[in-house]
Design a protein around this ligand. Structure first.
Ligand code: SF4
Ligand SMILES: [Zn+2]
Ligand SMILES: [Zn+2]
Length: 385
């Protein structure tokens, strides 16, 4: 059979018939990290693939094993979620995703049906799935896409997001990083002290918040899932970055200059979000961002997936235990360093005072975004000369 693998995209031959489980073992692929698609349908580990099958192994990271029948309605299952010791048919799986989002919204009082919600949409599986779930559940959700200028990867992502918005008749805000702020992500490569992904994350947070405030949105929603949040927490714990740990929450309240920020997918894994998109026929960018090399979070995801493979539920216990038990005890008052908020001298957005400037108390304070942008623009101008 022909098996299509991604990142990099290639076709390999595997003799059949074999079960999905055997095929993955032959290719030395951790079943936790992929979905297997045969004839456009998701298949579970015991499904037998004939010799003439054309199969796609789609990387997602996460997952597990379980019974072959839907735990809820006993129809044939198409996906197993070891963490829940459950398997689902397509309809019950869609219900499961919505139930997890409802649960997240209720636990943290994230949003109401009256709120205007801005969803940060990148073209990846998580943000498109989030937008789709919120629209299906009847929320007033608009999208925003930030063009990062990463060659064909960005062109492809933008087209996917535009097509989705058009198909759903949904409102989409398009912002171009270079057009609005004078630089793109490839130009930010090699900046001392900040990786491309660091600059990218900072730029996204800044631009999304700006649009949310300018257009009067009540809530800003991002597609961060269980894997993202658990990996972030692991990174923070490994370096004991307590200010970041204090701020790590699926719901950060609104302030005068920051829109309320919510992560309604924090109880759902990456593999679940990829499966949701396949089931709902949502086209999303499967290729990896070519600048992903600098993304340390991926290493933490790999480590957590290895633990999850042997003890399903580890990621959830790690993250939910922190959010529900450790965080309220450790950080009852939020930021343990008690940073003072001041207005950025350049853009007026709130920022914490860096310790050195706090001591001096004289220089104008710039926010992290304006400081970083200033450094990138210097590099860009130098290169243009
Ligand atoms: S991999 Fe890094 S540079 Fe690429 S989109 Fe993600 S954060 Fe941005
Ligand atoms: Zn079912
Ligand atoms: Zn600023």
């Amino acid at each position: 059979m022909k098996v299509k693998l991604r990142n990099p995209e290639r076709l390999v031959d595997v003799p059949g018939p074999v079960s999905v489980h055997q095929m993955l073992a032959t290719l030395d692929i951790n079943p936790e990290t992929v979905l297997v698609i045969h004839d456009g349908t998701l298949v579970t580990k015991d499904h037998v693939l004939p010799d003439d099958a054309r199969v796609e192994v789609r990387p997602v990271i996460s997952g597990g094993a379980g019974p072959a029948k839907c735990t809820h309605c006993k129809a044939p299952s198409i996906i197993e979620i070891a963490r829940h010791r459950a398997a689902y048919c397509a309809d019950c799986f869609t219900d499961h995703v919505r139930a997890q989002v409802r649960d997240a919204v209720r636990r943290y009082d994230m949003m109401s049906y009256d709120d205007r919600i801005l969803v940060a949409v990148s073209g990846g599986k998580d943000s498109l799935a989030l937008w789709d779930v919120l629209l299906d559940m009847g929320y007033r959700a608009d999208g925003m896409y930030l063009g990062l200028g990463i060659g064909s990867y960005s062109d492809n992502s933008e087209k996917i997001v535009r097509d989705y918005a058009e198909a759903r008749g949904a409102t989409l805000h398009l912002v171009d990083l270079a057009g609005e702020y004078g630089y793109d992500i490839p130009q930010a490569t090699g900046l001392k002290g900040r990786s491309s992904c660091g600059v990218c994350g900072l730029s996204k947070r800044y631009a999304f918040n700006k649009v949310a405030l300018e257009h009067g949105y009540d809530v800003m929603a991002t597609g961060h899932n269980l894997d993202d949040e658990a990996a972030q927490l692991l990174g923070n714990v490994l370096r004991w970055q307590t200010p970041f740990m204090a701020r790590q929450s699926p719901c950060l309240p609104r302030s005068e200059t920051m829109a309320k920020k919510v992560k309604p997918l924090y109880r759902l894994g990456e593999r679940e979000m990829a499966a949701y998109c396949v089931i709902k026929g949502i086209d999303y960018v499967v290729e990896e961002c070519p600048m992903v090399e600098g993304n340390t979070v991926l290493r933490y995801k790999d480590a957590l997936n290895e633990l999850e493979r042997h003890s399903p539920g580890t990621k959830g216990q790690f993250l939910f235990g922190f959010l529900e038990r450790a965080r309220p005890q450790l950080f009852p008052d939020g930021d343990p360093e008690g940073h003072r908020l001041v207005d950025c001298a350049e853009c007026g957005m709130p920022t914490t005072t860096p310790p050195r400037q706090e001591a001096a108390g004289t220089e104008p304070v710039l926010c992290a975004f304006c400081r970083t942008r200033g450094r990138i623009l210097q590099v860009v101008q130098k290169a243009a000369r």
